[in-house]
Design a protein around this ligand. Structure first.
Ligand code: NAD
Ligand code: ZN
Length: 250
């Protein structure tokens, strides 16, 4: 499917020297992982457990681990889709310097993008760690113990709470990742936001920073976002087919 909007996007990519791609849950729905804010999305079914509640209540920690283990088979079965492949192609060609992602599913890395070029703003759900001393724990080990008694895990070394290495609402952002994302954003002449409703801050601040710094801004998302008014190009379309066609990737 070739049309004006796709030709415009390709043209912007051709003319730019340094692109940053910013992704949200929407790039992974075609891989079978539900997003939060699509109609019928996870958000409408159950509100996320925020960090304060996780810390304050054992029942919340238990519920958080239940959800994690309920979601895990879907996460593990997921494979990169056409959208991830198109982004990986742009990285390989040297067009895209970094992918800043809000996702915790690891699919950008699975698509072949080197770790150093993926900036995870909300962490990663493939392992866990102690919130006090940082000790790493493997999900499989935690699951084996949790299946016995549904006791939320605590650290063997310091008894701190063990949590997946993701960032919950209300939890401090990872400083190093935020800093790298800022540097990459300031160096970009084209910033493409893909599959994000752009309502979760501070992550959603990056497209604004890019635009204010003089970069062109493209927003690719099925539904309108709150930052569409800032964008040079808004594509309210499906991610895989749109990006695949623009980049020439199947
Ligand atoms: P969001 O759910 O708020 O927004 C996703 C957006 O993607 C929606 O506006 C939707 O219209 C659009 N979308 C979905 N599928 C699409 C498709 N195939 N083509 C085009 N557009 C499509 O997601 P967000 O902005 O990333 O914020 C949610 C938070 O939840 C993030 O912080 C993230 O950490 C977390 N989360 C991550 C995952 C994941 O890792 N895959 C999944 C759910 C939630
Ligand atoms: Zn500890």
């Amino acid at each position: 499917m070739e049309d004006n909007a796709i030709a415009t996007l390709r043209d912007m990519l051709d003319r730019s020297r340094r692109v940053v791609v910013f992704t949200g849950a929407g790039i992974s729905t075609e891989s079978g992982i539900p997003d939060f804010r699509s109609p019928g999305g996870l958000w409408t079914k159950m509100a996320p457990i925020d960090f304060q509640d996780f810390m304050a209540s054992k029942e919340m920690r238990r519920e958080s681990w239940r959800r994690k283990f309920a979601m895990d088979p879907t996460m593990r079965a997921a494979e990169p889709n056409r959208g991830h492949r198109a982004v990986a192609n742009l990285v390989r060609r040297g067009k895209v310097s970094a992918v800043i992602t809000q996702n915790i599913d690891g699919l950008h890395q699975a698509s072949g993008i080197p770790d150093r070029q993926v900036i995870e703003l909300h962490g990663n759900s493939t392992y866990a760690h102690c919130l006090d001393c940082g000790q790493r724990y493997e999900i499989d080990d935690i699951r084996a113990a949790f299946e016995q008694d549904e006791e939320p895990p605590v650290c063997a070394a310091c008894e701190g709470y063990v949590k997946t290495a993701t960032i919950s609402f209300g939890q401090a952002m990872p400083e190093a990742a935020m800093q790298r994302a800022h540097i990459e954003t300031m160096a970009a002449d084209l910033f493409i936001s893909i599959g994000s409703s752009l309502v979760v801050y501070p992550a959603a601040g990056f497209p604004e920073v890019a635009k204010r710094n003089g970069a062109q801004l493209v927003i690719l998302n099925r539904e309108p976002t709150g930052l569409d008014y800032l964008a040079d190009l808004v594509l309210n379309r499906e991610i895989g087919d749109t990006l695949g066609a623009a980049v020439g990737v199947n």
